[in-house]
Design a protein around this ligand. Structure first.
Ligand SMILES: [Zn+2]
Length: 347
């Protein structure tokens, strides 16, 4: 395969403002150099970008088994993290996604959600059997974390959905966190119902997989969350374009979390309801409603800055996203791992 160089009239490299007349040289799946336009070796293909080049997006909360991977990639998302699916199908798919000819994003996965017998999502229609990993007692919990780590999990997801059924005890939750941290994996939780965010905080959970929406968190809890946890946004999954009380509660929690210095990352919960594949502009607009600046939002969305050594994952869009987030409705090209992704026919 010959190497590729991309020339762009304008680029946003992942920090600061726009840069004019940029050339990005790719070496296989990695960015080799970034600089001014210059001649390329004979075996290198040059691609002239019709728009602004920026880093590609990552969606940190998906259920890819309920979506079309090719459509996700074609709409600018080159990496996803799956937060709940049976181990026997999601880990082989994640392996497959590493291949250069895979028509979809790079997939990282948590595997099944840790839960207790009868707990969420074991009785939920959207979740195939095996989406919940039922454990009884701290020892079984720790053993299950080890098993998932060996299978290739890049995070451990725990179900703390007290509105849908029983949830892991404090001892089980602590055992899960300790085992995950021993394996250097972060713990992310689905927290739903009174007191569950507080329990996650107490056990050392690293991340909330959704902005909390069932209760208004106290300022004290918000401050403690901001110091030790990050939040995956998933705001539009609370209304799918409609204004709902749940969305209002979540926006209030997220606004105060962000004000307190907390880290917000982009995630859509793709696979849930009518969330569309790829970069979801409405999620970005909701993040702005929560008080993030356009630059903070684009940083929360993008996978890695465009710099030597970073993955060769780029997109070309029609306008400057720092001025107008709706620029993501006009994606003109997607490059994943140094290869131009097929674009669906316009129709
Ligand atoms: Zn989810």
């Amino acid at each position: 395969m010959s190497n590729l160089s991309i020339r762009a009239p304008l680029a946003w490299l992942g920090t600061g403002g726009l840069t004019a007349d940029v050339q990005i040289d790719l070496d296989g799946g990695v960015i080799a150099s970034v600089g001014r336009v210059h001649p390329v070796p004979e075996d290198t293909d040059v691609l002239a970008a019709d728009g602004i080049v920026i880093p590609a997006a990552a969606d940190r909360h998906v259920h890819i088994g309920l979506a079309d991977p090719a459509a996700v990639l074609a709409r600018g998302v080159t990496a996803v993290r799956d937060l709940g699916w049976p181990a026997d199908s999601i880990f082989p798919l994640a392996d497959l996604s590493e291949l250069p000819n895979f028509d979809g994003p790079l997939i990282r996965a948590a595997g099944p959600m840790m839960t207790v017998p009868g707990g969420y999502p074991t009785r939920d229609g959207w979740a195939p059997p095996g989406t919940g990993r039922e454990i009884s007692g701290p020892e079984e919990a720790a053993a299950a974390v080890k098993e998932l780590t060996a299978a290739g999990a890049t995070a451990i997801k725990v179900s703390l959905n007290a509105e849908a059924g029983p949830v892991p005890s404090d001892a089980e939750l602590t055992a899960i966190c300790d085992a995950a941290h021993e394996a250097e994996l972060p713990v992310t939780t689905h927290t739903q119902g009174a007191g569950q965010v507080e329990r996650a905080l107490g056990a050392g959970v690293d991340e909330l997989a959704h902005t909390p929406w069932t209760h208004r968190l106290s300022d004290d809890v918000v401050a403690r969350c901001a110091a030790t946890m990050r939040i995956v946004s998933t705001l539009d999954s609370l209304g799918f374009g409609r204004d709902t009380p749940a969305l209002r509660t979540a926006l209030d929690n997220l606004r105060r979390f962000h004000d307190a210095g907390g880290t917000v990352i982009y995630g859509t919960d793709l696979g849930n309801g009518s969330i569309p594949p790829g970069i979801h502009t409405r999620e970005l607009l909701l993040l702005r409603e929560a008080g993030l600046t356009n630059e903070e939002i684009v940083l929360a969305l993008t996978r890695a800055p465009i710099e030597p050594g970073a993955p060769a994952d780029l997109i070309v869009i029609g306008r400057d996203p720092l001025r107008d987030l709706a620029a993501f409705d006009d994606i003109r090209m997607v490059v994943r791992a140094g290869r131009v992704a097929p674009q669906p026919a316009v129709g």
